[in-house]
Design a protein around this ligand. Structure first.
Ligand code: SME
Length: 158
């Protein structure tokens, strides 16, 4: 069990992710409860990067339902195919949105959100079980680098 995040200041985002990954693995290794693990992943990512909103939506029947998160109050239910989260679910693939105003059907939970990345996670049968959604108040915040590491992190949710 990790009691506190050990992060060296002034590292590149890649270096921060590389330091975070084994610490998240360690956090999750002692715990099998999905909600507990999503809560701690949200807290770790928020501590490390401080983006506007970091959290999970879980597939419940034909909707995504809000799960553990860090940040302002958010929409509670998102239909399949709607917004960035619902689209990532439908496509079963990560979506990086450099400018949310250019994404048709973007769901504006917060007017401060300018760019985002949504990463699905999968159940044992390979179906999308939910998504990790990270929103930034800056344009063009996320890249293939974030996608690479966040997909490694969400793959730990089993
Ligand atoms: N931005 C998301 C909605 C969820 S909130 O921003 C937390 C979307 O369009 O899917």
């Amino acid at each position: 069990m990790v009691d506190a995040l050990a992060l060296v200041a002034h590292r590149s985002r890649r270096d921060v992710y590389a330091e975070l990954l084994p610490q998240i693995e360690s956090l999750l290794s002692d715990e099998s409860d999905l909600i507990a693990n999503q809560a701690n992943i949200s807290a770790v990512l928020n501590d490390a990067f401080g983006f506007h909103w970091t959290g999970f939506y879980r597939v419940q029947n034909d909707e995504l339902v809000l799960g553990p998160f860090q940040g302002p109050v958010a929409c509670t239910r998102i239909p399949k195919g709607k917004g960035v989260c619902g689209s990532a679910w439908q496509q079963a693939a990560t979506i990086v949105v450099p400018d949310v105003d250019q994404f048709p059907g973007h769901i504006a939970c917060s007017a401060l959100s300018r760019s985002e990345i949504v990463v699905p996670y999968f159940d044992a049968a390979g179906a999308v079980a939910g998504v990790l959604d990270i929103d930034s108040s800056r344009l063009d915040e996320f890249s293939a680098e974030d996608q690479f590491w966040l997909e490694k992190i969400t793959a730990l949710l089993r």
